[in-house]
Design a protein around this ligand. Structure first.
Ligand code: F6R
Length: 627
């Protein structure tokens, strides 16, 4: 999703801005741009192509400068087109927006301004000219209108009028060595220059964009406005106690962050998604490494007291992370015997619910920056549920900072937009949480604990055995590539796995796929089953196996073609109309972690056979930082 980089320096910062955008590229975007202060004017280049193309453009246009901002845009308001790409310039009364001489404010923005229509009408009435359909251009004009020789002051006054979510970076033609940033609802970090004798400072939506430039990072907080100049910075907060106007100066800690460069090598793989699927034995192993025995303190100091106090669990997440939560509900209720509900974050925050103060609110997020999940977490807290825990892949993310307790998964940076290793490591973290809660609640004997820990240790080997099924899955994928619809079936804790399999297939191959609990077929979806409908089924050898077999017969009786991932001792055999891939042996409760892998491979190879852009599927972004 959208990315921001900004810099004030005494060297040409265009290469730093472009490199920063490249590091943010994997998140998904549809246009990009850069603007600098050059020879007393605002200069910019924008493109609806890749950042590499923008790089060529800035070189051709000789765009260079000591102060500047850059952006990757994922369209919300207005189509992906050059005139909607950021940076946006202000076009004040009397300034001709369409001539070479631009206005005086340049701005980039992540987030959504909800009152943009109202502000646009007011600004139009004052003579401002709009050249895009974006909500962002409104902010540039508003700052210009409030500008009275002090950009920091104008940004502070402008943000007081904005409703919605934003992270912005702004500079002004009349103040050549200054960039101002502000955030409310979208992440923004300040990077303090570290070069010898450096007087430079940076802004970015993610510390990763500044890897190789500085590791000295300040995570700006909600309501912060930051003034970046040569050799100094100053932060004020709209939520401060010591009020000056509505802002007060605040100190934020500088952290040393080993940001991953994001420039992971593909090695022998065709796509990052394939690489990440094959990294799962390592990722799950790393996530569970050091877990010799189960203790609540794995989730942070004070976890025991929290786990002892709570009476129920509420899981909040989106997309694939939501399916991880949906799987965990089965574990939490059957092993830890604790009532658990799982909510789609974007729904939960807007519905009336009945809060219970003794709830453990668990958020699950790969990125830790998903706007819907963060908002749902804050909503739950505002309803009086103070016990918060996150299962998250990014230790420095907003989610980890917002929650009291955390378990950091060690999937490593996930570049493919379709989540794979993040999902299996989330499941590993959630299984640990289940065991820790079971222990505190007296539902885990020492023998059970030892058996579970042994099985978790075995997971990397078990995952490796599942990955060896790839050639068989490729044969199926060639057939799937010719289909336009698919059904996925699962039962019990494998129903969320079927949902995840269907999501993977639709998001990267663009085949319409739906998942159902197998017992639900006869209540409607069976009407869709014909010889043209492939029905993918996850068939572990669990207590629901015989029921599942009956459901499969219902499909066969209607001519449906079955593709079954079956455990060894299920006695489901290949025959006309039934294709079976035999799963390696594994340990019961952890079976979802293994059964999802062939579904990831099926989606991946089907997408490859259809020739889609696997790592950057259309319309999707990696880190969903807008509502
Ligand atoms: C699908 C996928 C998304 C994310 C969702 C939440 O493959 O990746 O559905 O799971 O956008 O993202 P995080 O986990 O970063 O909160």
């Amino acid at each position: 999703m959208c990315g921001i980089v900004g810099a004030v320096s005494q060297r040409n910062i265009v290469p730093i801005l472009i490199e920063g955008l490249k590091r943010l590229e994997y998140r998904g975007y549809d246009s990009c741009g850069v603007a600098v202060h050059q020879a007393g004017e605002l200069r910019r280049s924008r493109s609806t192509s890749r950042v590499a193309e923008l790089d060529t453009l800035v070189a051709a246009d000789r765009v260079e400068g000591f102060t500047g901002i850059a952006h990757t845009r994922w369209a919300t308001h207005g189509a992906p087109a050059v005139h909607n790409a950021h940076p946006h310039f202000s076009h004040g009364p009397g300034e001709d927006a369409y001539t070479a001489r631009p206005g005086r404010i340049a701005l980039v923005h992540n987030g959504i301004i909800e009152n943009h229509d109202e502000l646009r009408a007011e600004l139009r009435a004052k003579g401002y000219v709009f050249t895009s359909q974006t909500d962002t251009e409104v902010i540039a004009h508003l700052i210009d209108q409030l500008y009275d020789g002090d950009l920091f002051d104008a940004v502070k006054r402008a943000t007081l009028q904005l409703k919605g979510a934003y992270a912005i970076a702004v500079f002004c033609r009349d103040e050549p060595h200054r960039v101002v940033g502000a955030r409310e609802g979208s992440p923004l970090v300040l990077g303090v220059g570290t070069m010898e004798g450096a007087t430079e400072n940076f802004l970015a939506s993610d510390a990763m964009a500044l890897a190789g430039v500085t590791d000295q990072i300040i995570y700006l907080e909600e309501g912060d406005v930051v003034d970046l100049q040569l050799g100094k910075y100053w932060i004020e907060s709209a939520h401060g106690a010591e009020v000056r106007g509505r802002y007060a100066r605040v100190e934020r800690p500088v952290r040393t962050v080993q940001a991953h460069t994001g420039a992971a090598e593909l090695g022998p793989y065709r796509h990052y998604m394939q690489k990440e699927i094959f990294e799962q034995p390592r990722a799950v192993g790393d996530t569970l490494s050091g877990v010799e025995s189960i203790t609540p303190e794995l989730f942070g100091d004070g976890a025991y007291a929290v786990f002892k106090d709570i009476e129920q669990v509420l899981i909040l997440a989106c997309g694939t992370s939501y399916y991880a939560g949906s799987t965990a509900k089965y574990w939490l209720e059957s092993i830890a015997k604790i009532p658990t509900s799982v909510e789609i974050a974007s729904e939960y925050r807007y519905r009336d619910s009945v809060p219970h103060p003794k709830t453990l609110v668990v958020t699950i997020s790969q990125s830790g920056e998903t706007a819907d999940t963060i908002a749902a977490l804050k909503h739950a807290r505002a309803l009086g549920m103070p016990h918060t825990l996150t299962i998250c892949n990014v230790a420095t993310s907003a989610m980890v900072r917002e929650c009291k307790l955390a378990y950091i998964t060690h999937a490593g940076v996930e570049i493919g937009v379709a989540s794979t290793k993040a999902f299996t490591t989330q499941l590993a973290g959630l299984f640990l949480l289940t065991l820790a809660l079971a222990q505190v609640r007296g539902h885990l004997t020492d023998e059970q604990e030892a058996a579970h820990v042994k099985a978790m240790r075995h997971l990397p080997v078990a995952l490796q055995a599942v990955l060896a099924l790839e050639p068989q899955v490729i044969a199926w994928a060639e057939e799937f590539a010719r289909k336009e619809n698919a059904l996925f079936l699962g039962r019990g804790l494998h129903y969320p796995i079927a949902l995840e399999g269907a999501l993977k297939l639709k998001e990267i191959s663009y085949i319409h796929a739906e998942a159902y609990p197998a017992g639900e077929l006869k209540h409607g979806p069976l009407a869709l089953v014909t010889a043209a409908m492939p029905v993918v089924t996850v068939a572990p050898n669990d207590t629901l196996l015989e029921k599942l077999k009956s459901n499969l017969q219902e499909v066969r009786a209607r001519g449906g073609e079955l593709f079954v991932f079956a455990d060894a001792d299920t006695h489901i055999e290949s025959e006309p109309g039934i294709h079976v891939i035999r799963m390696p042996e594994h340990y019961g409760p952890l079976s979802p972690i293994l059964h999802v892998v062939p579904l990831q491979l099926l989606a991946y190879h089907t997408a490859c056979a259809r020739g889609t852009d696997v790592d950057k599927p259309r319309n999707l972004a990696k880190s969903v930082t807008v509502e």
